[in-house]
Design a protein around this ligand. Structure first.
Ligand SMILES: Nc1ncnc2c1ncn2[C@@H]1O[C@H](COP(=O)(O)OP(=O)(O)O)[C@@H](O)[C@H]1O
Ligand SMILES: [Mg+2]
Length: 439
């Protein structure tokens, strides 16, 4: 992409309404625009990151055997009356009436709808297990939308739902999602720690919140610091195998959010030097709630014995839009964002320090072509802005590499290559720089 043709409305001033770094940086880097409280337009740069986060989550869901579909944002109130949650959900639910006076709502989550879809088609244990998911906008009329995309009213969520014949198989389905979450967050450059959690309005006994540690996080958490170094399951992981041992390796350590924190147990189970209290951002949550929805909604399957029983269910949410903010909270400095490579909106920024200079233009075009061909998604700053402004923008939007090409260096046969994460800068011939970026 050539910056002269792109839409990147960066702000030099710090927006007054933003209280935390990720919100401030998303506004300044031209990623996001607030349209109403907690409701945002994703500008092109932000949209590219959102899509990359979404793609990683999708790949890991698919790998774990979940199947993607797409449910609508609007749901019938009557569906929620079947589970009894229509009245329970309260003011967070945005209720809508259509021209026929039919009561609708903007979905805050989809347990009811997926249960309705499941029961319409699946009747036998032979069709189990199933795990269905979608990636769709949700609406929750939060009392205090704040911190930009971290707590919005409209937000993008991946929600998966598992269906199994019995509790044992339901736990196995839960374990597959647990492990898929470890992998997905790690691929985004995040350390997300699974912590024992309250299940809240979703219900059920077994639940974990996946928490990214950050000073600005909304939850206070208590954990065994050794969890920070546990290994993430690799690409060769077999989802058909028994994952209980893997899940145990994570859940055997104490880690809890303050709503379920048990100080006595914490002190009993965790050596003083391993205790760590911190704040964190919840980026995902897993729930196993058995027949909480399937029983009232009569989603039953016949077992091998011919007897019908309510299907055992779990649900698994990931805050896709929240993750964009969480990644920035975890990775930035005073100058701007520092994108982990897998979610960077572009792979490398080429800074043309003298547009109009034939040699510099030619070197930039050559680099642009080579990096595009190598799949590195370059962003070429070919605007008329002065070098100082270009450097500031490049640091602000935080692409992993900066390839700086100016007339003076070029006359001596060299360009500059900067690594955003470390600030390391070196002069080298253009070909060597391109090779370094392409790895
Ligand atoms: N208001 C919100 N803004 C952005 N993301 C949200 C919001 N509420 C929930 N999420 C994301 O969706 C995921 C699943 O939501 P869930 O656990 O059902 O909600 P909650 O944690 O609010 O009870 C959360 O882990 C979080 O990442
Ligand atoms: Mg939650």
């Amino acid at each position: 992409m050539r910056l002269s043709r792109y839409f990147l409305p960066v702000l030099r001033e710090t927006p007054a309404e933003a209280q935390i770094a990720s919100h401030r940086l998303m506004l300044r880097a031209g990623m996001l625009r607030q349209e109403a409280a907690g409701i945002y337009a994703w500008l092109p740069l932000g949209h590219r990151v959102l899509r990359k986060v979404e793609r990683i989550v999708r790949e890991e869901m698919d790998r774990a055997g979940a199947i993607e579909l797409l449910m609508p944002t609007l749901q019938l109130a009557d569906l929620w009356r079947e589970s009894g949650r229509y009245d329970d959900y309260g003011a967070e639910m945005l209720r809508i009436t259509d021209r026929h006076q039919r009561e609708l709502l903007f979905g805050p989550t989809n347990e009811e709808m997926i249960t309705e879809i499941f029961r319409a088609y699946i009747r036998s244990y032979r069709d189990l297990p199933k795990n269905l998911y979608h990636i769709q906008w949700k609406f929750r009329d939060e009392q205090r939308p704040r911190f930009g995309v971290l707590r919005g009213r409209e937000f993008l969520m991946k929600d998966a739902y598992s269906f199994d014949l019995d509790v044992g198989q339901g736990r196995a389905a839960y374990n597959r999602m647990f492990v898929a979450y470890l992998r997905a967050f790690a691929r985004m450059g995040l350390k997300a720690i699974p912590m024992k959690a309250e299940s809240g309005p979703i219900g059920g006994e077994l639940s974990h919140e996946f928490i990214v540690l950050a000073k600005t996080g909304e939850s206070a958490v208590f954990l065994d610091r050794r969890m920070l170094d546990l290994p993430i399951p690799g690409d060769d992981l077999d989802y058909d195998g028994d994952l209980a041992g893997l899940v145990d390796a994570w859940t055997c350590h104490y880690a809890a959010t303050d709503d379920v924190h048990d100080a006595a147990r914490y002190e009993r189970e965790t050596a003083a030097e391993d205790r760590m209290s911190a704040r964190g951002i919840e980026v995902g949550q897993t729930f196993f709630f058995g027949d909480k929805y399937s029983a009232p909604m009569k989603a039953t399957v016949s077992g091998p014995d011919g007897v019908d029983r309510a299907v055992q269910m779990g649900s698994y949410g990931v805050g896709i839009s929240r993750l964009v903010g969480a990644i920035i909270e975890a990775s930035h400095d005073d100058a701007g964002i520092i994108w982990p490579e897998p979610v960077a909106p572009f792979g490398v920024e080429i800074l043309n320090l003298r547009p109009g200079d034939a040699a510099v233009d030619a070197a930039c075009d050559e680099s642009y072509g080579a990096l595009t061909a190598a799949g590195k998604e370059p962003l070429l700053d070919d605007t008329g802005e002065r070098p100082g402004g270009k450097f500031a923008t490049a640091d602000l939007i935080g692409l992993p590499w900066q390839l700086i090409i100016g007339p003076r260096g070029l006359a001596e046969g060299s360009v500059e290559l900067k690594r955003r994460a470390t600030g390391e800068r070196r002069s080298l011939p253009l070909d060597d720089a391109l090779r370094a970026i392409c790895g």
